[in-house]
Design a protein around this ligand. Structure first.
Ligand code: HEM
Length: 380
């Protein structure tokens, strides 16, 4: 059999994230037990809608290993100071109030205005080459969120560059140089946000103003915590929204005429993006750690175990999970509508230019985020 026709299955859920065609593998994982111990990875896997839901809804399945709020390699560093405060990395009281404040402020964003401003921004930066497109996938969403927060346009490029450097501290694949870069970026981001925070009262209508007002009302007073979580809004936007945009561009390549149809009916972009989020999501897995021994789907998992929650294996049988790639339960993503509005705006602005751009792609190295990296290739 010619080797070129064989698609070799990914070795495990981490390899699946950047595999060219992982979805048959994910479907088979979903058809197996909802919870299983995977000896080769020394961790548990939660798969299919039932496994994903059970773990993400369980109060004793935490986002950090017991007794280790911050990874050892970040302890006592600028990145560690931000990491320790992030809602994404916290549980209990330290999670509940900040999460409520952030979710409420994000829920107040005027999505129509965000969409219109992002279309305008994206039109000013058409992706004229594969290299430019790769940068724009990250920059446009970060510029749009920096704008929402209240930063002036002159500050956006530095904020976007620092955010991309900072998120390296969240990846187990980062090397020493990337970690060192992340520390400098964390400090710069902290300073920029602390400065903007002083002007919060002068920025009515901004996301920053709404977060600060909500924090005051909720009695969330730790200003270091507020700054860290404002940085967190940029870092949560970064890879995940670049992946959504990139995977949508891949989907447009796969279906001749889709781009033309959508250009004549731009109100259909949101539905197209929901399809992409469901069938080729940007976030494929997340992790939980058992704080106590737990019983999940009749399977007893001891305390102190790592569970890889394979979100992408829940996409065929969503079983009550609206879009598994945005999570579920108390850590569910509060930025979903914002991500969709930004991505829809960019695609609307770029679709004509993209059709003329010869593209091929592979995926950026990652254990959880599927982000295409484009290179010159074929026009489809
Ligand atoms: C396509 C884009 C996005 C995807 C796929 C995505 C996905 C996710 C997922 C899966 C989680 C939960 C992780 C877990 O439970 O372990 C999450 C959490 C979060 N996301 Fe998003 N996200 C996206 C965009 C955004 C944007 C644009 C924002 C803000 C502007 C945002 C803010 C957050 C925050 C603050 C959390 C932490 C929530 C918590 O821990 O309670 N996300 N996101």
């Amino acid at each position: 059999m010619p080797l070129t026709n064989c698609v070799i299955d990914p070795a495990d859920p981490f390899a699946a994230v950047t595999h060219a065609a992982p979805y048959d593998y994910y479907r088979r994982l979903a058809d197996g037990p909802a919870l299983r111990f995977e000896a080769s990875l020394d961790c548990w896997l939660a798969t299919g809608a039932a496994g994903v839901r059970a773990v993400l809804a369980h109060p004793a399945c935490h986002v950090r290993p017991p007794g280790q709020l911050v990874p050892h390699k970040l302890a006592g560093t600028p990145c560690g100071a931000i990491f320790a405060e992030l809602v994404r990395m916290s549980e209990g009281e330290r999670h509940a109030v900040p999460k409520q404040v952030l979710a409420r402020a994000l829920g107040q964003v005027d999505l129509a205005r965000l969409h219109a401003r992002t279309v305008h921004l994206a039109q000013e930066q058409p992706p004229g080459s594969a290299a430019r497109l790769n940068d724009a996938l990250f920059e446009l969403p970060l510029f749009a969120v920096a704008d929402l927060l209240g930063f002036a346009p002159a500050q956006w490029p530095a904020l976007a560059a620092w955010t991309r450097d900072f998120v390296a501290c969240l990846s187990p694949l980062s090397n020493g140089a990337q970690l060192a870069g992340a520390q400098g970026a964390a400090e710069s981001l902290r300073q920029r946000f602390a400065a903007l925070l002083l002007e919060a009262d002068a920025l009515p209508g901004s996301l920053l103003h709404d977060v600060v007002t909500g924090a005051r009302q909720a009695g969330w007073q730790a200003s270091g915590g507020v700054v860290a979580n404002l940085v967190g809004l940029l870092s949560q936007t970064c890879d995940a929204t670049a992946g959504l945009l990139g995977n949508a561009i891949v989907a447009l390549r796969a279906q001749a005429d889709l781009s033309t149809q959508l250009r004549s009916a731009p109100q259909r972009w949101p539905a197209m993006l929901r399809e992409v989020s469901r069938h080729d999501p940007s976030i494929h897995n997340t992790r939980r750690y058992t704080a106590d021994a737990v019983e999940l789907h009749g399977v007893r998992v001891p305390a102190g175990q790592m569970i890889v929650v394979v979100l992408a294996s829940a996409i065929h049988d969503a079983g009550g999970l609206a879009e598994p790639g945005f999570g579920h339960g108390h850590h569910v993503c509060p930025g979903q509508s914002i991500a969709h509005a930004i991505a829809a705006a960019c695609l609307q602005a770029w679709s004509a230019a993209l059709e003329c751009l010869p593209l091929a792609w592979s995926y950026l190295p990652s254990l959880n985020a599927r982000i295409p990296v484009f290179r010159p290739g074929e026009v489809t």
